[in-house]
Design a protein around this ligand. Structure first.
Ligand SMILES: Cc1cc2nc3c(=O)[nH]c(=O)nc-3n(C[C@H](O)[C@H](O)[C@H](O)COP(=O)(O)O)c2cc1C
Length: 383
């Protein structure tokens, strides 16, 4: 993998440029795995399209000579209302994988949410970054594994947990089947592997099946791990138990309904992530730009102090403004980080973060919003 010169990265002017370069550098299997959604990819497409539907009714004649994108989420001071969403297997994009992503986050001061299907150990990721780290968790068919991961997250100094609740089973992602997705030698879901019943398969590079998706059930391979990594019998009681068992704040990730959001807060969650897994789970789920507003009102009425994050199709500063105006405290970006990683490793991810943060500032300035607190619902409804 040849890294482009920094001058090349600086020629990438927006996140779509980065995606284009990444698409030319990734093999068909990794590209299909990262880019794909479930079913007919309707939700995947709508995630992008629904943000673009929202006009921003900017304010004029406001003094925006100094514009600050800083904010605070879960007690963490952030340079901008942006987090890196949990995505599996960064080492498919670059040999340094999650370490490169975490170092880029460190430089930018942007929190990283580590996927439980990461291809690097959580402890190693935490060791290379000063940025806040959150852990993404599934409650699977072996509760002791989830408990062990929570204990590891606490010990590693994580700032919170995102419990993904949109995955009772894995979504059907045709692109992974069409490309015959399998893990290349040396890439594995190492955090779960550590808790696998018996070490086999991938230790010699023979992991089978996809991660965060299709599985082939091969013994000792990733298919077997993915078989127990999620569970269709997880309920609200499990969420309440998790919230009661850790000192870390827990956000439920993958909520689209206001009643579910309210119930999550009542069960002890510190907040929610409005998400449809980047269109990779139920195809036909609403775009997050559609579900965010109703969920945000429900959360605010249940607990005005609860946190509301959103992800899915956010690709520009104006999307971040739209999300804040709909009630989010911050956004998460998934695929753009993978594109940055493929385009240029740590520097590529840093380019993605810098481009987005600069664009948030520019859009806030153009919209007459000198602070994040000025990005309110009136921006989307002039009356
Ligand atoms: C390749 C890939 C892997 C993902 N892996 C996970 C995961 O392991 N856990 C999880 O909760 N979400 C996972 N997600 C979903 C992301 O956290 C996030 O919800 C989504 O990517 C946001 O949409 P965006 O990619 O359009 O920004 C994954 C998404 C992608 C694209």
């Amino acid at each position: 993998m040849n890294e482009p010169e920094l001058s090349e990265l600086s020629e990438l002017l927006d996140l779509e440029d980065v995606e284009r370069v990444a698409a030319g550098r990734l093999d068909e299997m990794a590209l299909g795995y990262y880019a794909g959604g479930s079913g007919e990819e309707r939700t995947l497409r709508n995630n992008r399209a629904a943000w673009a539907e929202l006009d921003v009714w900017y304010r004029t004649l406001v003094d925006v000579s100094s514009c600050s994108t800083t904010t605070s989420v879960l007690g963490l001071d952030l340079p901008a209302p942006v987090l890196v969403a949990p995505t599996a297997l960064h080492r498919l994009a670059h040999p340094d994988g999650e370490l490169a992503t975490a170092r880029a986050c460190s430089g930018a001061g942007i929190p990283i949410v580590v996927s439980s299907l990461a291809s690097t150990l959580l402890e190693d990721i935490c060791a290379v970054t000063d940025a806040p780290v959150l852990m993404q968790l599934y409650i699977g068919q072996r509760p002791e594994v989830s408990e062990a991961l929570v204990a590891r997250a606490e010990a590693a100094g994580c700032a919170g947990i995102q419990l993904t609740v949109d995955t009772p089973v894995w979504g059907e992602r045709h692109r992974e089947h069409r490309t015959g997705f399998h893990l290349p030698e040396g890439v594995d879901v190492v955090n779960l592997r550590r808790h696998a019943p018996e070490p086999a398969g991938a230790a010699d590079g023979a992991a089978d099946g996809a991660a965060d998706g299709a599985s082939d059930g091969a013994s000792g391979g990733i298919g077997e791990i993915l078989g127990w990594a999620v569970s269709p019998s997880v309920t609200w009681d499990d969420l309440a138990r998790l919230c009661g068992s850790t000192s870390l704040p827990v956000l439920t990730k993958g909520v689209c309904r206001p009643d579910d959001a309210r119930r999550a807060i009542e069960a002890g969650a510190a907040g929610v992530v409005v998400s449809n897994h980047g269109g990779r789970q139920l195809d036909g789920a609403p775009a997050t730009a559609v579900s965010l507003g109703p969920v945000a009102s429900a959360v605010r009425s249940a607990d005005p102090g609860a946190i509301i994050l959103v992800d899915g199709g956010i690709r520009a500063g104006v999307d971040v403004l739209r999300a804040l105006a709909l009630g989010a405290h911050a956004v998460q970006i998934g695929r753009p980080v993978l594109w940055g990683l493929a385009a240029g490793g740590q520097d590529g991810v840093r380019r993605v973060l810098d481009l987005l943060i600069a664009d948030v500032r520019r859009c806030m300035t153009l919209a007459g919003c000198p602070t994040v607190g000025d990005v309110t619902a009136e921006l989307l409804a002039p009356d």
